[in-house]
Design a protein around this ligand. Structure first.
Ligand code: WQD
Length: 343
């Protein structure tokens, strides 16, 4: 049973990926500093899979912590690196925190891979590297645009760091996964997206409005050059996204590729507007979402969605969940949080 280290494994995408890794037969070790998640996510994972992953509370920016982890858990074959600060808006106000956390984490992991015989690293990147694309859908060859936030810049710089380290002759591989917009929750409603404080992302704010925690959802602009005027994104079910990570680990550990670095867009290939998504949620759940149109949000991209053909063909992976089922999973998760008195 290959052992995989998942950094940021109690986070939203990380926890869903741990579940899929375990169900694919991998042994998982999680390290997380709990800065944007909590340890009872480990219980949720165990309730789903029946297997409790090893959990280390620690900060990946401290190389001593990671050295100890590799000593305590020998034989780690692969790493999936989710551990990063990821709020676009916050990054504009706290650039040093973002560069130090996101880049030092990656540098420490890369430094420790060869001495510990790790064969590959899957890196969590983002469609923000494309900025406002000249045309949609975007492929992996679409031009990288100057980042519009320190967060986005850390993703671009991280991809360059990985490329330089591997081109320097490092004896390991990497798969870079560029996510579009992850949404939804595990169908069991045992794990899901649980942002601290007021949600920045659309779906947690939408479900908190639907359940009455928030009074009204503000739609940031309906004067864009899109059919209904609101921004368009490629909303991908988080479980589908997690499954792509298992495919990436398998491809890397089974040496299926000649290339030492591979990049994949992970999206559905469908662009959906904010107003469309509200309608899908309402029709899928029967729950109304009070909302109003307000001004545009600084830094928002008008429209971006993926061409996922390379991931479909090369990874053998495809997003299969319907947006209706995905919206229902997000709503069921919000209901479970209320049932547990979490919010
Ligand atoms: C989606 C759409 C908003 C909230 C960011 C990061 C990306 C990834 C996902 C980490 C936009 C609109 C939102 C609200 C709204 N993060 N919106 N009212 O900005 O596409 O992507 O989060 O990996 O890297 O860039 O996601 O969910 O914030 O916004 O109208 O209250 O919803 O304007 O059009 P975004 P989002």
């Amino acid at each position: 049973m290959d052992r995989i280290l998942v950094t940021g494994g109690t986070g939203y995408i990380g926890s869903h990926t741990v579940v899929e890794l375990q169900q694919a037969g991998y042994e998982v070790v999680i390290i997380d500093n709990l800065s944007n998640s909590n340890r009872d996510v480990v219980d949720g994972i165990e309730r789903i899979t029946g297997v409790r992953p090893a959990f280390v509370e620690g900060d990946c920016t401290d190389i001593g912590t990671l050295r100890k982890l590799f000593a305590d858990y020998p034989g780690i074959k692969g790493i999936i690196n989710f551990a990063a600060s990821k709020a676009v808006g916050e990054s504009v106000h706290k650039p040093i925190l973002y560069y130090r956390n996101n880049l030092n984490t990656l540098l420490n992991l890369l430094d420790l891979m060869e001495p510990n015989g790790v064969k590959g690293i899957v890196f969590s990147s983002s469609c923000t590297v494309y900025g406002e694309p000249d045309e949609n859908p975007v492929t992996e060859e679409s031009p990288i645009k100057k980042a519009t936030s320190p967060y986005g810049n850390t993703k671009q710089i991280s991809e360059e760091i990985i490329t330089d380290v591997i081109n320097s002759g490092a004896r390991f591989k990497s798969v870079i996964l560029r996510y579009f917009n992850p949404v939804g929750a595990h169908p069991s409603a045992e794990i899901g997206e649980l942002p601290n404080g007021v949600p920045q992302n659309l779906i947690p704010y939408l479900t908190q409005t639907a359940i009455g925690i928030r009074k009204e959802l503000s739609v940031f602009g309906d004067d864009y050059n899109t059919p209904d005027g609101s921004c368009i994104r490629d909303y991908i079910n988080v479980v589908d996204l997690a499954k792509a990570h298992v495919a990436a680990v398998e491809r890397m550990l089974q040496d299926k590729s000649e290339d030492k670095i591979e990049i994949f867009n992970l999206g559905t290939g469908n662009g959906v507007s904010v107003l469309q998504l509200i309608n899908v949620f309402e029709s899928a759940t029967g729950v109304k979402v009070p909302h109003k149109i307000v001004g545009r949000r600084d830094g928002d991209i008008e429209k971006v969605w993926a061409d996922p053909e390379r991931a479909n063909k090369v990874l053998g992976w495809k997003a299969t969940s319907s947006l209706e089922d995905t919206m229902r999973s997000a709503w069921n998760w919000q209901l479970k949080l209320r049932e547990r008195g979490v919010m």
